[in-house]
Design a binder for this molecule. Structure first.
Ligand SMILES: Nc1ncnc2c1ncn2[C@@H]1O[C@H](COP(=O)(O)OP(=O)(O)OP(=O)(O)O)[C@@H](O)[C@H]1O
Length: 304
């Protein structure tokens, strides 16, 4: 089988629980992400999303299994992988601009100082930060502004893979909406691949090409890969009008509400656990033979 751009192969994570027995967070998890894809992962608290993210970032080692990016094994952090966490992780003693230039200068050591500043300023402007604000230190910025700085910093470095761990979790709904739009705009203009953790079903539908659904832990599984069959560009106000919107949303909510528990702890035996591909598309079905509107729902499950 040809490898994806990002290939997660038989990833297993166990932690010593302190009571003598190990905690198996997930076992033999396998999935791929293609170049340029925007993939979100949804699952209940504790199922292992951040653990997967940390392994992808090279910040943690799995108990067994490998992650390949462009065919090469991921080990240790790299400038090819940009990470945005919920808690901003900005350097408090540097201005917003310097937080970005610091990273850009490390990524492009041969660039002149002027070019580094120009490039960084441009990315800050893309997330709506300009003028006096970019010379302020993180403590003098609002939470939303700080999060914009970390997003600008990550994007300005053109990582091949952008890892976002609940990047908008701490923001109010309005700011969240604005930054989601900015993120889509920047991502749309680049070749970047995005992997994002979120707890927000609507955010995932708005942003993702595919949503990975995890069952509850321990022995959590990435059980499904749900395609978002809503064309881009997507607008927050219009997306809910799309015939597939509630179809997909209900499927996700049902999984999170019921099936994530039912499927939890079910071990599928030996070998890699690949998610089932789910494609829900009312349009496909209505465009073909179905005459009964109640039947005009296509649910195709394809084993990868
Ligand atoms: N270093 C560690 N040592 C022991 N157990 C750990 C460690 N890191 C994570 N865990 C456990 O592994 C499980 C998965 O944790 P993880 O943070 O990946 O979950 P999550 O899905 O990201 O949760 P949340 O949505 O709440 O952030 C949890 O039961 C957690 O307690």
């Amino acid at each position: 089988m040809a490898h994806s751009f990002l290939s997660i192969e038989n990833l297993t994570q166990r932690f010593a629980s302190g009571k003598g027995e190990d905690l198996t967070v997930f076992e033999d998890a396998s999935f791929g992400i293609e170049k340029g894809e925007f993939v979100c992962i949804l699952g209940h608290s504790g199922c292992g999303k951040s653990t997967i993210m940390n392994i992808l970032a090279g910040l943690a080692e799995p108990t067994s299994g490998v992650v390949l990016m462009d065919g090469k094994e991921v080990s240790g952090p790299s400038l090819d992988r940009g990470v945005v966490f919920q808690n901003y992780s900005l350097m408090p003693w540097l201005s917003a601009l310097k937080n970005v230039t610091f990273a850009v200068a490390a990524r492009y050591p041969r660039w002149s100082k002027a070019k580094v500043v120009e490039h960084s300023t441009q990315y800050l402007a893309m997330v709506g930060l300009q003028g006096d604000a970019i010379h302020r230190k993180p403590a003098q910025l609002s939470g939303g502004m700080r999060q914009r700085v970390s997003i600008a910093r990550a994007f300005a470095n053109h990582p091949k893979l952008l890892l976002l761990d609940e990047p908008f979790g701490a923001l109010d709904a309005l700011t969240r909406g604005t930054i989601q739009d900015e993120l889509l705009k920047i991502w749309g203009g680049t070749e970047q691949t995005v992997f994002m953790i979120t707890h927000d079903v609507d955010e995932a539908i708005l942003l993702a090409d595919r949503i990975l659904l995890m069952t509850n832990g321990p022995y959590a599984r990435v059980a499904e890969s749900v395609e978002i069959t809503i064309p881009r560009p997507r607008k927050r106000e219009e997306i809910i009008e799309h015939p597939n919107y509630y179809l997909i949303r209900n499927h996700l909510l049902h999984f999170l509400g019921t099936r994530s528990k039912v499927l939890s702890g079910q071990r599928t035996g030996q070998g890699s656990n690949r998610p089932q591909t789910i494609r829900l598309d009312r349009m496909e079905e209505t465009a073909t033979e179905s005459e009964d509107p109640a039947q005009a729902t296509s649910l195709r499950a394809v084993n990868e």
